[in-house]
Design a protein around this ligand. Structure first.
Ligand code: HEC
Length: 121
């Protein structure tokens, strides 16, 4: 009987361990899908102006009246958060040449784009 209890305990520990592995895997699957989404949206909508790594040096940058922002620099600024940059992205700054993305992409898309940019520096 004593041995049986040990077996039950081992089985329970095994189950807990596999549940923990499962939730770790699903978290990284979710990260991967945010990364893929950020990358796809960035490359389709933003790269022409902001460049490969978001430094503000895309192929159209030279012909714009204002230089596109260096996004990693913005991310590193004191008092600037991802959330405040998401607001700026959705609102745009049309006079300065930054399109408003509200209605084209979601907040989550903008957040995924920022996370993507951050991760490729
Ligand atoms: C037509 C060119 C163009 C495209 C396309 C473009 N941007 Fe911009 N972006 C700019 C310019 C120019 C600025 C600088 C505006 C300024 O100086 O106020 C800017 C500024 C920014 C800033 C800084 C905002 C701030 O308030 O500091 C962020 C972040 C940004 N863009 C992200 C994006 C993202 C994300 C996309 C794609 C969804 C995108 N941009 C697409 C031209 C562009």
């Amino acid at each position: 009987m004593k041995n049986m209890n040990h077996l039950h305990l081992l089985a329970a520990l095994g189950l807990i361990a596999s549940m923990m592995t499962f939730s770790a895997n699903s978290a990284s699957l979710e990260d991967a899908s945010h990364f893929a989404n950020g990358k796809a949206k960035y490359q389709t909508l933003c790269i022409v102006c902001h460049g490969d790594k978001g430094l503000g040096d895309g192929p159209t940058a030279a012909s714009l009246p204002h230089k596109p922002a260096n996004i990693p620099n913005k991310l590193g600024q004191l008092f600037t958060t991802k959330n405040s940059l998401v607001d700026d992205i959705l609102k745009g700054d049309i006079e300065e040449g930054m399109p408003a993305w509200q209605g084209v992409i979601t907040r989550q898309d903008a957040l995924d784009i920022l996370t993507y940019i951050e991760s490729i520096q």
